[in-house]
Design a protein around this ligand. Sequence first.
Ligand code: ARG
Length: 458
Amino acid sequence: MSKDKLWGGRFSQPTDKFVEEFTASIDFDKRLYRQDIRGSIAHARMLGRQGIIPQTDVDAIVSGLEEILARIESGDFDFSVSLEDIHMNIEARLSAAIGEAGKRLHTGRSRNDQVAVDIRLYLREEIGEVTRYLDLLVDALLFQAEANLGVIMPGYTHLQVAQPILFSHHMLAYVEMFRRDKGRMEDCAKRLNFLPLGAGALAGTTFPIDREYVAIELEFSGPTRNSLDSVSDRDFALEFISASSILMMHLSRFSEELILWSTSEFNFIELSDSFCTGSSIMPQKKNPDVPELVRGKTGRVYGNLMALLTVMKALPLAYNKDMQEDKEPLFDTIDTVKGSLKIFAEMVREMRIKAEVMLQAAAEGFSNATDVADYLVRTGMPFREAHEVVGKSVRYCIEQGKKLEELTPAEWQGFSKQIGDDIYAAITLEASVNARSATGGTALVRVKAEIERLKKEI
Ligand code: ARG
C-alpha cells in the first residue's frame, strides 16, 4: 500500500504487487546493512554538530540504529519487499521504533548518495579481504617454491617441451601475477576512497552540511568533488571487476596447468584428495574438480564485467534506476574471487610434487638444444649458424633414436669441428638451468635470491 511507503505522499494508487517485487533490491542489497547503518550514524552526528537537527534526536537515532544492527546480526529482523531496499527497510524500522527523530535522519540526504556511500564502504572492506587471500596464495606458492628448490621440470612454449626450468621458477611466475593483482586491488581501493554522501539526489543539499567531517568519520580520504558524478559513478565497481577478471584469468591459467599436470600423461603432481572427487561410474577416477571449477568460474566474472559495463553504457547523468543492477554482478564477483583464492591457497599448499617424473620429462624433447647452440656461440660461431648446426644434429638424433647428450665425440665432430668433450658438461639439465643466471632467469642461485627478496617484501 502506498501508505507504508516512505515516498507515498505523491501517490494515490498502491504499487502493483509484481511491480513492487520487480523493482525491489532488498533480497540482494540487505548485505549492505552494516555499511548503511554506519553511514547513517555518521550522517546523523554531522547533522547534530551542524545544528541541523537537535542533539537529542541524534542520540535517539544512534541508539535506534545500533539496536537495529544488533537485531539484524542476531537474525531478528524481517526484511520487507514492500520497503524496496536496505535503506528504506532500516529507516522505516527506525521511525517505527523512535518516532519523529527517525524521520529526521534523511535530512540533507538521498538514497542516491546513500547507496553510493554504502557500496564504497562495503567494497573497501572486501578489497581488504581479497588482498589478504592473495597474500595467502602467494605464501603457499613461496612455500612450494622453497620446499622443492632444485626440482627441474620442462619449460614449455606451444605446450611443447622447450627448455628445462626450475619448478620453483614456475611457481614464482604466478607469484608475480598475483602480486600485480594485489597492486591493482590496492589501486582500486585508493581511488574509490572518497565520500559521495552530501551529493543529495544529484545537485547537493540546501543544508549547511559538513562533508569533511563525515569523510573523516567514515575514514575516507575526503569528499568527492562533483555531486552529479558522485551519485552516478560506478567506476570503482567496474575497476574492481576488471581487476578481478584479470585475477581470475591468472587463476584459470594456473588451473589449466594443475589439471594437465594431474593427468596420467603428465603425472607431475598429485592434488590432495580433499580437492578432488571421484566418478560415479569409473572407479579409477580422481578428478581435479577444484581447478576445473575455478577455471569455469572465470567465465562468470568476465560475464559480470560485461553486465556492469553494459548497464552503465550510455546512461545519462545522474542517477538512474538501471544502476540498481550494479549490485548482483559486484557481489557475485566478490564471492567468486574470495572463494577461488581461498580454496587455491589451501590446494597449492597441499599439492604433492613428483620431482622424478618432472626431471624425466625435462630430459625429453631435446630441451638442451639451445644449450648446444649457445656452446657453439661461445666458441665464436655466429648464433644463426649454430642454430643450423644443432638443427641438423637434432634431426640426426631423431633418426637414430638418440638424445643429444648420447652422441659420441666423433658424431659431434661430424657436425662441427668446434665441439669438444666439454660439450657433455655444458648440456646437462642442471647446467642448462644454472647457466640462465641473469636477473629473471631460472638458475638456482637466481631463484633462491628471488625467494629471499619476496619473503622480505611480503
Ligand atoms: N536501491 C537503489 C539502488 O540500489 C537505491 C537508490 C534508489 N534511488 C532512487 N532514486 N530510486 O540503486
